[in-house]
Structures are given as structure tokens and as C-alpha cells.
Design a protein around this ligand. Structure first.
Ligand code: UDP
Length: 465
């Protein structure tokens, strides 16, 4: 087990986003929590310091929590190859997929327990009675009981939006439930993600960081310069540097992999979907709906992470290839209106800036998911004030208020309605502006880190006695 050092975030950039009053409210709330904690520490435990949504969330949230005076720290567990193979298998089964065919039987349980006990010894050297220990996800879940034995208050947090109940999830829960059902509290992203046996459940949706490269403000000039430099929009471009409000300078210099007839010029209204190349994101469905919408002088960009070298997503290449084949089969006048992109991944902060620029440049954003836990990409686009057309699945149903902060398509397979709504937002600028404003407001109210920290404050207040 090792500790990930975290400093306090600078508060000035957040003050600019939240305003004085809201930041002071957050500080007051944090002050109450510190009072309730009485010098005790809030420990976060997960399985990696980099890569993956949990790490990204902790990197964004913990420095801000420290900045407002909450003593929070971060530990990452160790384990051998066998342990992580078992943990991966467990996560995949919980997600509803068979994954590798190896079992999750008594031998695996025994090995999971051995590693958990070893990590528990390392935890005992740090945690004091009365501390709050937040255990994230399945890999370190065994530490919930260890923390309680140490006299700490243990909370288990699940980060997956929803698990498709089937025989695989049942097998996963049969393995995991014993480790988490005695927690002092548990946290889920949405109501639909919460099993009925969850101990003292709290619903805390995630947040996006408005000061991170993915969501920071960009001027129109910066947006265009990023898109030109990466070859996404027509025009001369050269490498450029951007200074985000938090963290080091970023240089944008790598080109995206593009499949297209011609680059879109900057003034053509662009429809965008940014997603992993994955069956559940239905990029090919977006392509068909966009062409069916048939709005003159509009352009579609389908963008995902580079499919080469994405070790944890071996299927991405297949879905990219399928989409390229569908594009190739189109008549040339349709091909001319669509580009398929793999965004550069060599530097993740550069990649985040490119996603940011693409979402900002979009006239309308689509999220035509077949299933979705909590749609982060949708939230990111909404924060940028974009009118969104999304499937009414999973967390998207809760994130978007239909007609106010976006447009929802009830049936994710309903291409005709998707096409009709894309057409509406492209041809009715007043509607697009109203939805965009509503989207920004919705994220401002519900999905920024101050709301997120405040939810944690309530949980801590109700759990710490
Ligand atoms: N994303 C990214 N770079 C890319 C493509 C996607 O950083 O090239 C991000 C996207 O901005 C979002 C996340 O990947 O933050 C996807 O999260 P979401 O909840 O939308 O879908 P998931 O992939 O978790 O199913």
C-alpha cells in the first residue's frame, strides 16, 4: 500500500467559476465537517493512482477538499498479478459480462482474503480509531471490514452507474457482497445502481472539474487553433501551448487520425459525438441519424480515443473498422459531410484539451448510447452550453430534463426520432440556444465539485458521531 501525495488546489480558479458566495458556502460546509471530524482523517482507498475514472475523480476532488480544510488522504493498494486478475474478473462480472472464463470460486476468495489481510496490516499502521475510510470500488473492498476492526468508520463507494442484472452480476455480487454489506454506509451514482441490500445507501452523482483541461474555458481563437493544429478543422495550424487554471502548461502538437473526404471549414455547423469506439455508444447509429436529418451545409464528427494501444479496450479497433466500412459504403456526397477521428492519446492532458475544443466547436452534441451508467461526456458538453440530443437510458435520464436541458429519445434504437431532433436543433437556433443555456445551468446546479463535496459533507455528518 502506498500513499498518493495530494496538495491543496489553488482556490482562485474555482472562485472564478463558483463566485464568492458559493465558494464561501462550500468553505462553511467544509468547516462544519472539519468540526464534526474533530481532527480525524478521511482516507480514500482505491487500486490505482492514474488511469481510470476513479483516479481521475480523486485527482480532481481531493485537492479541492484539502483546499477548503478537510484532512483527506489517498492510499493505493498493492497486490500480486493473481490478485489483480481476480479483481478484474470480479469487476467484469459485476458489469454483467463473462470476461475471462476463469472461476471466482473458493481458491480465488482465499487469495483475495490473503492480499486483503496483508494490505490491512499496512492500513493499521496509518488509520486511527474514529477515522473515516472510504473504500472505492471492488478491488480494495475487503478493507471495509479491516477498517471497521480498526475502529474506523467504513464507507464503500461504487462508481459504476448501473449493473445489468444477469447470471454474471449475480456471481460477482455473491463474491463481493460479504465484504461490503457491513459497511457503515455505501454510496452509489444513481438510484438504479443501488442494490436493495446496500448498507445505509447514499446517492451521490459524480461531478466534472470546471478547471481541468477537459472543461476549462477556451476562447474561440484557442478552440479553433487546437482543432486546426490537430487537423480536425481545415486551415493552417501549428503547435500551441495552453496554461490551464490548475496544473502545468500543455502543448498541443499531435494530429488526430482522420478518415474523411475533406476537412470541414470552421464556419460549417458541426454535430459531434465523442465516445469510446464501443458497441454501446452506437457511433454507426449517429452516422445514419445525421444523414437522415439531412440538414444542408452541416457536418458530422464522430470522435473517440485512438484505437491503437488502448490496452484495456481491445474491441475498440473492431468498432472503429466497422464504422469506417459503413462510411466507405456511402455515396461520395454523403461521405463529404462526415469525418471519423481517433484523437491523439500520447499525452492525456493534450487529449483532454482536444475533447474540450471539439465540444466547444460543436453546434449540437449527440450521445446516442444504447446503455449508459452516468454519461460524463454528455455532462461535459452540457457544461459548454451545447444543445444535446441523447438516448433516454441509464443516468442520462436523470442528467437531462427533456426540453429544458437537452432532448431525449425514448428508444435508443429509434433512428427516425433521433434524426428529427438533430434536425430541430440544427435548424432552430432559438431552441438550440435555450437548450444550451438550460444544459449549462443544469450542470452548474447539479454536477460541479461543490455540490459533490457538499453531498460528502452530509454523508460524513450523518455517519461520524
Ligand atoms: N474521453 C476522453 N478522450 C477521448 C474520448 C473520451 O477523455 O478521446 C473521455 C470523455 O471526455 C469522458 C470519458 O472519456 O470523460 C467517457 O465517459 P462516459 O461516462 O461518457 O462514458 P464511458 O466511456 O465511461 O462509458
Amino acid at each position: 500500500m502506498r500513499e498518493v501525495p495530494i496538495g491543496a488546489a489553488p482556490l482562485t480558479p474555482y472562485r472564478e467559476v463558483f463566485g464568492d458566495e458559493r465558494l464561501e458556502a462550500l468553505r462553511d460546509r467544509a468547516g462544519e465537517v472539519s468540526g464534526a471530524l474533530h481532527g480525524r482523517t478521511v482516507w480514500n482507498i482505491n487500486s490505482t493512482a492514474a488511469g481510470g475514472g476513479v483516479a481521475e475523480l480523486l485527482h480532481a476532488l481531493l485537492p479541492l477538499a484539502r483546499a477548503v480544510g478537510i484532512d483527506t488522504r489517498w492510499l493505493v493498494i498493492d497486490g500480486d498479478t493473481e490478485f489483480f486478475a481476480i479483481a478484474k474478473r470480479l469487476c467484469t462480472r459485476l458489469y454483467g459480462a463473462p470476461g475471462d472464463p476463469a472461476p471466482l470460486g473458493p481458491d480465488q476468495l482465499q487469495h483475495y482474503r490473503v492480499i486483503t489481510e496483508l494490505e490491512g496490516t499496512a492500513l493499521a499502521a496509518r488509520v486511527r480509531p474514529g477515522d473515516l475510510v472510504v473504500v472505492h470500488e471492488a478491488q480494495p473492498a475487503g478493507l471495509v471490514d479491516v477498517a471497521r476492526r480498526l475502529g474506523a468508520i467504513a464507507v464503500w463507494r461504487r462508481h459504476i452507474g448501473r449493473d445489468e442484472p444477469n447470471e454474471h452480476t449475480e456471481e460477482g455480487w455473491a463474491f463481493l457482497r460479504r465484504f461490503v454489506e457491513n459497511a457503515d454506509a455505501s454510496v452509489f451514482l444513481t438510484d438504479s445502481a443501488c442494490p436493495e441490500w446496500a448498507p445505509r445507501p447514499h446517492i451521490i452523482p459524480p461531478s466534472i472539474d470546471p478547471c481541468a483541461p477537459k472543461n476549462m474555458e477556451l476562447t474561440d481563437e484557442q478552440t479553433l487553433a487546437i482543432l486546426r493544429c490537430t487537423g480536425i478543422v481545415a486551415g493552417e495550424g501549428s503547435s500551441l501551448t495552453i496554461r490551464p487554471p490548475v496544473g502545468e502548461i500543455i502543448t498541443v502538437r499531435h494530429e488526430a487520425v482522420v478518415v474523411r473526404e475533406e476537412a470541414p471549414s470552421a464556419d460549417v455547423p458541426m454535430v459531434v459525438q465523442v465516445s469510446r469506439w464501443d458497441e454501446l455508444k452506437d457511433m454507426a447509429g449517429v452516422l445514419r441519424a445525421f444523414l437522415d436529418a439531412d440538414v444542408e451545409n452541416s457536418y458530422l464528427t464522430l470522435a473517440g480515443a485512438d484505437v491503437v494501444g488502448v490496452a484495456d479496450d481491445p474491441d475498440a479497433g473492431r468498432f472503429w473498422d466497422e464504422c469506417v466500412e459503413q462510411w466507405k459504403a456511402l455515396p461520395v456526397e454523403q461521405r463529404r459531410r462526415v469525418q471519423l477521428l481517433c484523437l491523439p492519446m500520447r499525452d492525456l492532458r493534450e487529449n483532454a484539451l482536444v475533447v474540450n475544443a471539439l465540444q466547444r466547436h460543436a453546434t449540437a452534441v449527440v450521445q446516442k448510447s444504447i446503455a449508459e451508467g452516468f454519461g460524463l461526456t454528455a455532462t461535459e458538453a452540457m457544461w459548454k452550453g451545447k444543445p444535446l440530443v441523447a438516448s433516454a437510458v441509464g443516468g442520462l435520464r436523470e442528467q437531462i430534463v427533456h426540453g429544458e436541458s437537452g432532448l431525449l429519445v425514448d428508444d435508443p434504437y429509434d433512428l427516425a426520432t433521433t434524426a428529427k431532433l438533430i434536425r430541430q436543433v440544427l435548424t432552430d437556433p432559438e431552441l438550440a440556444a435555450r437548450l444550451g443555456e438550460g444544459a449549462r445551468r443544469r450542470v452548474d446546479e447539479c454536477y460541479l465539485p461543490d455540490r459533490h463535496l457538499s453531498d460528502w459533507a452530509s454523508l460524513i455528518a450523518s455517519t461520524v458521531t
